[in-house]
Design a protein around this ligand. Structure first.
Ligand SMILES: Nc1ncnc2c1ncn2[C@@H]1O[C@H](COP(=O)(O)OP(=O)(O)OP(=O)(O)O)[C@@H](O)[C@H]1O
Ligand SMILES: [Mg+2]
Length: 226
């Protein structure tokens, strides 16, 4: 398997007035095509910051990020926007749906950024996540688990190669959490989409093939299964 994303000695600092907060302290991480990776660690250990680096949402202070062997620092802002929009899908803890748009419109949104609008494709993806019967609902009319599956559908609309999820079940009851997990596993299996999930949820970590543990901005342990 080839490596689609590689972080080499990545550091991230935040400047808070006179004080520099050293959040990531030399992260080396290679993510393979089709793998399911979990990131664990205590609150404040730098997990979300790391995911932002993997998703090219933010620049490292030091070190390099490579996507398909290409150094991200050598790409233009335009290339980066395309990369984020097309290759990478994001799923967040609090869903981030647009409340004034219905389910279908929410799912289509990342596609409209590229000047396209394929309603049939959006409907097909909504069926894939088990929401074919909810396309005209507004987010407020959905359960938490349904909202998160809309967010997953939205993350899939541009055929990403990788989906990054920051505590996707953190705000869900266990039944909804299971539906969300099943949906993520399904897209990994059926579409060979790489998954990187930050989670405390043991039912998720059990299903991943690699777990990295973070502590104080470093990867301190790594566990691979099969
Ligand atoms: N934009 C920012 N500006 C300043 N400090 C930040 C910023 N983002 C994160 N931090 C700080 O960096 C540290 C790591 O934050 P991060 O969000 O990566 O942690 P985390 O492991 O995801 O925690 P949690 O499990 O609570 O989500 C924290 O101390 C946080 O306050
Ligand atoms: Mg976090």
């Amino acid at each position: 398997m080839k490596h689609m994303i590689e972080l080499r000695n990545v550091h991230k600092n935040y400047q808070l007035g006179d004080y520099v907060l050293h959040v990531l302290k030399g992260i080396n991480l290679r993510i393979r095509e089709g793998e399911r990776l979990a990131i664990l660690g205590k609150s404040g250990s730098g997990k979300s910051t790391l995911l932002n680096m993997v998703g090219v949402l933010d620049n490292p202070t030091r070190g390099d990020v490579f996507i398909d062997g290409k150094n991200v620092s050598q790409m233009t802002e335009n290339q980066l926007a395309r990369l984020r929009g097309k290759k990478i899908g994001f799923v967040f803890q609090f869903f981030h749906l647009i409340p004034s748009m219905n389910v279908l419109q929410n799912v289509l949104l990342p596609m409209t950024f590229f000047g396209k609008k394929d309603v049939n494709k959006a409907k097909k993806i909504l069926r894939l996540v088990g929401l074919g019967h909810r396309i005209e609902y507004m987010p407020r009319q959905l359960s938490g688990g349904e909202r998160q599956r809309v967010a997953i559908a939205r993350a899939l609309i541009n055929d990403p190669e990788i989906v990054l999820a920051d505590e996707p079940t953190g705000n869900l009851d266990s039944k909804s959490g299971k539906q969300v997990l099943d949906t993520l596993l399904k897209i990994n299996k059926q579409n060979n989409i790489t998954l990187v999930i930050i989670t405390h949820d043991v039912s998720i970590t059990k299903k991943m093939n690699r777990i990295v543990y973070m502590k104080d901005g470093k990867i301190v342990k790594e566990r691979c299964k099969k």
